[in-house]
Design a binder for this molecule. Structure first.
Ligand code: ZN
Length: 96
């Protein structure tokens, strides 16, 4: 938001100034005046409310995708039952 925010100007902020703030708010805390401008604008603008919901959904989807593609812990990936470990151990001993 390039122009300085005043109470009067908060009431007249356009969508093209709010959209970057909505995105910015996902990563960092906005100033009090920025938060006030966003909330006031979202109250009266369906398009920006929809944009905010889409950003939240996208962010949530990316986080769940990231969690599902994280490497599995070695203990989990190689976990064998006690019976399987015993069979392998016995097989290794018999082949020595
Ligand atoms: Zn808007």
């Amino acid at each position: 938001m390039k122009k300085r925010l005043t109470i009067l100007r908060i009431l007249t902020v356009h969508c093209d100034e709010i959209i970057p703030l909505v995105s910015q708010a996902c990563d960092e805390e906005l100033t009090l005046m920025q938060r006030l401008a966003v909330r006031t604008h979202l109250w009266g603008c369906t398009s920006c409310r929809r944009f905010k919901k889409q950003i939240a959904l996208l962010r949530e989807s990316l986080q769940s995708l990231q969690e599902s593609t994280e490497p599995v812990a070695v203990e989990t990936a190689t976990a064998l039952s006690a019976e399987a470990r015993e069979r392998i151990r016995n097989h290794l001993k018999s082949s020595e």
